[in-house]
Design a protein around this ligand. Structure first.
Ligand code: ASP
Length: 292
């Protein structure tokens, strides 16, 4: 059994508070696996802890788009059934990762705001708290300092993601985001795009990405790593795929696991808030293997 979770890759050192929260989420997710829960449940619940914290660009901490609206994206995928669910531009829900799980069990794979809200309401999912003063101030600051923030857009990411391998050998992947800074209304990144932001197939492996979605989409990064993992180890697969991202001028980080339990945590950025738990240890750090 193995659980990995991240809180984004970037050029800024993650705070101790963020790393502590990742540790808490990982321990919680691992306890689900240890209690015979499925990889899918562990991934959803781990991500929900991070969404609820407000410390990451996901759930209640998600970025606002430039019209002041918080539109969030999330996706889940289960490796045993190759089932996937995704929500795009969801407004007003606290845990988009749960909404993605609900979509997965419907006969659709991706729903945008309206459809995802109807379905999520039917399942009684919690609503997002109203925009607070802090968010409104943050938006004003964003608009005022547009030029400096272009650098943040290029280099700082705090999407959350998780992967799990359960007792039965099933894999699952999930990711949840509020996008990037300075987004035009309606902008969609890699996170809810199956094969770009996440992928899971027991036959190849599970992957979750973070970074500049515009570049991750061009490479279909998660699927690219998963396909490589059919023949190679997670580390070699991740490295080759991240070099492709660098070659197109992108920045990204990713987590990848195979059914054997082999895994990789790699990033092109200086930092990546991430950690894992297995039966021996819980490890959380502000960076793992950097790819140049
Ligand atoms: N990949 C996300 C996006 O482009 C951002 C992130 O990883 O923080 O929407």
């Amino acid at each position: 059994m193995l659980l990995i979770a991240h809180g984004g890759a970037g050029s800024k050192r993650p705070s101790i508070t963020a790393l502590k929260k990742i540790r808490e989420a990982i321990k919680y997710g691992y306890s689900i696996l240890a209690g015979r829960g499925s990889a899918l449940t562990a991934v959803i619940e781990t991500i929900a802890v991070l969404e609820d914290s407000g410390l990451f660009n996901a759930g209640i901490g998600a970025n606002l788009q430039l019209d002041g609206v918080r539109r969030v994206d999330a996706a889940v995928m289960e490796g045993g059934r190759c089932e996937a669910g995704s929500v795009i531009g969801l407004e007003g829900y606290k845990n988009p990762i749960r909404a993605a799980g609900v979509v997965m069990e419907s006969h659709h794979k991706i729903l945008t705001n309206i459809g995802a809200r109807v379905l999520s309401s039917a399942y009684g999912l919690d609503l997002m708290p109203e925009l607070d003063d802090k968010s409104i101030k943050r938006l004003k600051r964003l608009k005022a300092g547009e030029h400096e923030l272009v650098e943040i857009f290029k280099k700082h990411f705090s999407t959350v993601g998780a992967l799990a391998l359960d007792r039965d050998g099933d894999l699952a992947a999930g990711s949840s985001t509020g996008g990037v800074a300075l987004m035009l209304p309606g902008r969609v990144g890699d996170t809810p795009i199956i094969g770009a932001g996440i992928y899971a197939d027991n036959a190849s492996g599970a992957v979750a990405c973070t970074g500049r979605g515009e570049d991750i989409i061009r490479v279909c990064l998660a699927k690219e790593v998963a396909m490589r993992m059919r023949e190679s180890a997670p580390a070699a697969s991740a490295r080759a795929s991240l070099r492709k991202i660098l070659s197109i001028g992108g920045e990204a980080g990713l987590i990848a696991i195979k059914r054997t339990g082999a895994f990789a945590i790699m990033h092109t950025t200086a930092y990546m808030a991430c950690g894992y738990a297995n039966k021996k240890e819980v490890v959380v750090k502000d960076g793992f293997t950097k790819v140049n």
